[in-house]
Design a protein around this ligand. Structure first.
Ligand SMILES: Cc1cc2nc3c(=O)[nH]c(=O)nc-3n(C[C@H](O)[C@H](O)[C@H](O)COP(=O)(O)OP(=O)(O)OC[C@H]3O[C@@H](n4cnc5c(N)ncnc54)[C@H](O)[C@@H]3O)c2cc1C
Length: 415
């Protein structure tokens, strides 16, 4: 049976590795962290996953938290400066668009559980910080090497794709805070997004962490602006206080929910930034052998709109199908290229969606999201685009096509 080696035990690598084991492949996963390191480490993400990506996990037999993880049942978007004068204010329930609710299971719970599952199914977990020489070794001894190392340094093997990379510097200073004690939303829980134009965003949703159900807060600040204020924060308590202060100052309509917040744990916080980057899919080793990149290695996004873990799940799905379909033929560069392009046909749309929210908004984007205020059919169409960003292209980005869509929705409403 064929041997596949995957570098990185994250959302993409473990999901693909387990999928391959279940289809009879011999699989090595190389991880620079043990399950204990991950479980006891800092939160790396807020990892909200929409219906399609979670359903893929379910198909892989990996959705272990359906009963425990509180659901985000909808999407709620507000844009503006004060509660009674929002420019944009709309909400949708996922069930109205036939999507299963969003889940956010702390990766400190998820990855260790998946590592145990991987080993129970006969996978080989190798603990090592894989470098170029190690990749040479695995490329020699495996039929295929896939690099799913996320933001790890080894991804420098994959050159930046200048044509596809729309952005070359961080567009937000990001702060993540896992909390207990947040009051629930008034009707149903949601991916709750408030945008303060020119300043930043507040994104909140329920999740599951070590200490049980929690709320996850993402604050995204425009660099150099008043929400870009994390560098002097020294302690977890200061981090929490800074988050609460920012919510009071810039998102006061959410402040009533945040009166009694406590951190889930001292490592349930993170501050930093991401340079959104698209990379070429094939990494060439000094020997001339090649390896294939995956998920964040190829398409790294800002967390706004929550696409990265979703991308990773969908990438695992695409790669698994392509590997099985290829049967016993060699995984040559043509196959690697074609397989990565299948992923890009999805991930390119996700990157476009994220970038349209973190770059200064186009007139068309403002028009579309504002039109949602009194057009529920449009809101539902938009919400589906967060789950599957391919459905937004091209109408979301093109004024003429937007016009056509709005007319067709109006006609559908009238008939
Ligand atoms: C603040 C923040 C919030 C986010 N929120 C969301 C969200 O709400 N929704 C969403 O969909 N996405 C979100 N994301 C993005 C999401 O977390 C990532 O896109 C996703 O985890 C990528 O999966 P991956 O498998 O490609 O990489 P990762 O999950 O990063 O896994 C890579 C693994 O490889 C290991 N590794 C690295 N280098 C090596 C090496 N040389 N040798 C061996 N192992 C190595 C790493 O330790 C890690 O375990 C967020 C990201 C951030 C930073």
């Amino acid at each position: 049976m064929r041997t596949i080696t995957i570098i990185g035990a994250g959302q993409a690598g473990l999901q693909l590795g387990i999928g391959l084991l279940k289809n009879g492949y011999t699989v090595n996963i190389v991880s620079n962290r043990t399950a204990e390191d991950i479980a006891k480490g800092r939160v790396p993400s807020s990892q909200s996953m929409y219906g399609m990506a979670i359903d893929i996990e379910r198909d892989f037999g990996l959705s272990f938290w359906d009963d425990e993880c509180p659901a985000a049942n909808g999407l709620y978007v507000r844009v503006g400066f004060e509660a009674d004068a929002f420019m944009v204010d709309w909400k949708v329930n996922w069930k109205d668009v036939n999507l299963t609710p969003v889940q956010a299971v702390d990766q400190r719970i998820k990855m260790p559980r998946w590592m145990a599952e991987f080993e129970a199914l006969g996978g080989h977990l190798i603990y090592q910080e894989a470098g170029i020489e190690d990749l040479e070794f695995y490329a020699d001894s495996s039929d295929l090497v896939i690099v799913a190392s996320g933001k790890g340094d080894i991804n420098k093997l994959f050159p930046r794709d200048d044509e596809r990379s729309e952005i070359d510097r961080p567009q937000r200073k990001i702060a993540l805070t896992y909390v207990h004690g947040m009051l629930p939303e008034t009707d149903h829980s949601s991916i709750n997004i408030s945008i303060r134009p020119g300043i930043g965003e507040y994104i909140n949703f329920p999740g599951l962490t070590h200490s049980g159900p929690c709320d996850i807060i993402n604050l995204e600040g425009v660099p150099g602006g008043p929400m870009d204020c994390w560098d002097d924060v020294k302690t977890p308590q200061e981090h929490l206080q800074r988050a609460v202060d920012l919510i009071h100052e810039f998102f006061p309509w959410e402040a009533y929910r945040c009166k009694n917040l406590t951190l889930t744990d001292d490592l349930g916080i993170l501050a930093g930034s991401v340079t959104p980057t698209v990379r070429k899919a094939i990494g060439v080793l000094p020997s001339g052998r090649t390896v294939l990149g995956m998920a964040d290695v190829l398409a790294l996004n800002d967390p706004m709109t929550g696409q990265g873990s979703n991308n990773a799940s969908k990438c695992a799905h695409v790669y698994l199908a392509a590997i099985i379909k290829h049967q016993d033929r060699a995984f040559d560069d043509e196959w690697k290229h074609d397989t990565s392009e299948q992923f890009w046909s999805y991930a390119g749309s996700a990157a476009k969606l994220v970038n349209s929210f973190i770059l200064p908004p186009t007139d068309n984007l403002l028009r579309v999201v504002t039109a949602g205020n009194d057009n529920q059919a449009l809101v539902e169409t938009l919400a589906k685009g967060f789950d599957d960003p391919r459905t937004l292209a091209p109408w979301f980005y093109d004024a003429d096509k937007t016009e056509k869509l709005l007319k067709s929705l109006a006609l559908a409403k009238a008939s």
